[in-house]
Design a protein around this ligand. Sequence first.
Ligand SMILES: N[C@@H](CCC(=O)N[C@@H](CS)C(=O)NCC(=O)O)C(=O)O
Length: 197
Amino acid sequence: MYTVVGAIKSRAFRVMWMLEEMGEKYVHIPAGPRSDEAMKYNPTGKIPALLDGDEVLTDSVAIMTYLGDKHGKLTAPAGTPARARQDAITFWLIDEFDAILWAAAKHSFVLPEEQRVPAVKDSLKAEFARSAAILAERLDGPFLCGDEMTHVDILACHCINWSIGAGFPRVDDRLGAWAKTMRDRPAFKAAQARGAG
Ligand SMILES: N[C@@H](CCC(=O)N[C@@H](CS)C(=O)NCC(=O)O)C(=O)O
């Protein structure tokens, strides 16, 4: 049994959704970022963390990679060209989606007020729109890495959902429709219900 530490409205949702897809049981501790509870598991106060027995693991993408490898699900096997391609799109999403959204969050409410530069957000929105168009271009099947779902799909859909919440421009219709099919998955809904409960 795993424990996921982190509020549902955070990158912790990625881990919860993946565990639901894999049919793994978990306890959810809805700790907020920088909360005392979060600090217990990660001195930086960042969420999510995953508790697996005595092990405490941090960073949503590191955790998803670990879970995929451990259970042999939602990932290409390590040491294969398919995995290198999967990792490449993962890192691209971190650079061009997650980091852009995170920068916008920093300049909206994360940084101390005197360090925020709200004007940067227009530039970030334009960058995100360019990246979303690139992602839409490479969407030629049910999932981003071919016929099988991987945790890349979870990462991309979570970032698209985040962009909607952050008031970013709508992604192109095809990518938007793809994200909706991901949100319609029973595992996505089950993770959401865990957060609400
Ligand atoms: N790369 C990390 C980023 C984690 C992160 O920054 N989480 C946010 C909440 S979604 C947080 O805890 N922020 C608090 C802070 O940065 O102090 C991951 O994917 O887990």
